[in-house]
Design a binder for this molecule. Structure first.
Ligand SMILES: [Zn+2]
Length: 494
């Protein structure tokens, strides 16, 4: 046995010694009995039951490992050498089924204070506990003991820990989880349904180039003040695209386009290519910007979100709305946050904001999404520097949980529709109708733990005005379809 064995302190199946606790005595007895049945795990040299192996390098007075510690160590080692990438089996089975134990116990802090890795505050007893032992093959036992400068106490502890993790992971039982209790409920999305979109997009040659949006906007014949009609348009490839019928002699684009060369494009044809789809969404977005602008909500193209503007610089702004429970309430939409403790105003302004988008869900299905956001400014007008915004807004949003999130969505749908069942983007004879009911989905799911707040969908009720608006929007829409049908019939007749 090499001299290094001193440090490893082999465990002896030796006769009982004095000075042991009764428990240790009992353990040693069991240990001794076990040794009689199977060769020792503990020695490099062959084990002879009749003649206990000599342990020249182990102090006879040193303690043995208590059996529970030994068992724990062996079981947690998974019959494999703990040395990285060794994996040598520690109990070998021979051709005739005979078993040979080749595993050895090495001490992490040496059993002897004079041995390598021996200097430690650990007591003699602690040195022989499972915590301080590592099970390895003979080869690695020698490597460890011959190179204490490499295999320090810390390194060995890590090697042991890594090995035990590997074993635990490899033998992990797939414990079947108890089936979660599923709730059947209606989940409300943050999506609103579009029940009507324009049937046609009109394209007509235009004398202005793609960048002359301002020039065109200045020449439009806008509907009289107070009218809800929106006049969105796009300039692409020397053509003007609009939801307004450009064939009509009198219209918002009179004199801006060559009306006779107007091309009515059925909406589905327009959507059929990616670019057409993009242009359609662009027209809708321009309409929405207008719809919001007249309500004091501005679109910020940098962040692609809408935010409330101060009506007077440096003055807070509030907006009445109906809460989820149907109560009338007024909330601040532009405000200067105050320090909670001192009431002192902070050096930035908060504006209620939202990401508002149109999405195509299926061939002929569109929806509108609301994502609550915040817009920050220095003085209620000038945007805050980007590096200051990110952190603050992220923190604000991170604190916005389900209930707060829903109540902001409620706010936006109430605001956009003015408390009506829908909001209508009107383009004269065509329109886009967005229902304010959040699209519900039936869901069978475990639910959100701790989210006990029940959500009742606040339905905005119809009144005479909303009915009239809808009739208007739908009536014209139907007429438009009839026009289309008529055109088709005419084509057939040709
Ligand atoms: Zn090994």
């Amino acid at each position: 046995m090499p001299g290094s064995a001193v440090a490893t302190g082999c465990i002896q199946p030796e006769p009982l010694r004095t000075g042991k606790t009764p428990n240790e005595v009992a353990n040693t007895r069991i240990e001794a009995q076990e040794h009689e049945r199977a060769p020792s795990l503990l020695h490099r040299s062959a084990f002879h039951p009749e003649e206990p192996p000599r342990r020249p390098h182990c102090d006879a007075e040193l303690m043995s490992v208590p059996l529970p510690d030994m068992k724990a160590l062996c079981l947690m080692s998974g019959n494999a050498c703990a040395f990285p990438d060794c994996g040598e089996r520690l109990v070998l089975t021979g051709a005739k089924g005979e078993q040979t134990i080749i595993g050895e116990i090495a001490h992490i802090v040496a059993e002897s204070r004079q041995g390598p890795r021996g200097a430690s505050a650990l007591s003699d007893d602690e040195r022989n506990r499972a915590d301080n032992l590592i099970l390895v093959c003979a080869k690695h036992h020698k490597i460890i003991d011959d190179n204490p400068h490499i295999y320090s106490v810390q390194v060995l502890r890590q090697i042991k820990l890594d090995h035990q993790h590997r074993i635990a992971k490899a033998t992990e039982r797939a414990i079947p989880l108890p089936a979660p209790i599923l709730n059947k409920e209606q989940v409300h999305s943050t999506l609103l349904r579009l029940t009507s979109v324009p049937a046609f997009v009109y394209a007509a040659p235009c004398g202005f180039n793609d960048k002359q949006v301002k020039e065109v906007a200045e020449r439009i014949h806008y509907p009289p003040e107070g009218s809800a009609e929106i006049v969105p348009f796009l300039l692409r490839d020397k053509k003007l695209y609009a939801f307004h019928d450009l064939r009509k002699a009198r219209g918002p684009f009179e004199g801006l386009v060559d009306a006779r060369k107007t091309e009515p494009i059925p909406i589905r044809d327009f959507w059929s290519d990616v670019e057409g789809c993009r242009r359609f969404v662009d027209l809708l977005n321009r309409s929405l910007r207008r719809h919001c602008a007249v309500r004091g909500v501005r679109y910020d193209s940098v962040h692609r979100r809408y935010h409330f503007c101060a009506l007077t610089k440096g003055e807070e702004r509030s907006q009445p709305y109906r809460t989820l429970t149907g109560k009338s309430y007024e909330r601040l939409v532009v405000w200067q946050p105050k320090r909670r403790k001192t009431g002192e105003a902070r050096n930035y302004w908060c504006h209620l904001a939202a990401g508002l988008r149109f999405h195509q869900m299926a061939d002929n299905q569109w929806c509108f999404s609301i994502r609550p956001e915040r817009h920050l400014t220095k003085d209620s007008e000038t945007p805050l520097e980007a590096d200051l915004v990110g952190r603050r807004v992220t923190r604000l949003k991170a604190r916005m949980f389900n209930a707060a999130y829903l109540s902001e969505i409620q706010f936006w749908r109430d605001f956009l529709s003015e408390g009506k069942p829908r909001f209508i983007l009107s383009f004269g004879r065509q329109s886009c109708i967005v229902e304010t009911e959040l699209i519900p989905f039936p869901a069978e799911w475990p639910g959100v733990p701790g989210d006990t707040k029940s959500f009742t969908h606040q339905v905005f009720e119809e009144d005479l005005f909303s009915f009239a608006e809808l009739a208007d929007a739908m009536g014209d829409k139907e007429a438009e379809w009839e026009d289309g049908a008529l055109t088709e019939t005419n084509d057939d007749e040709d």
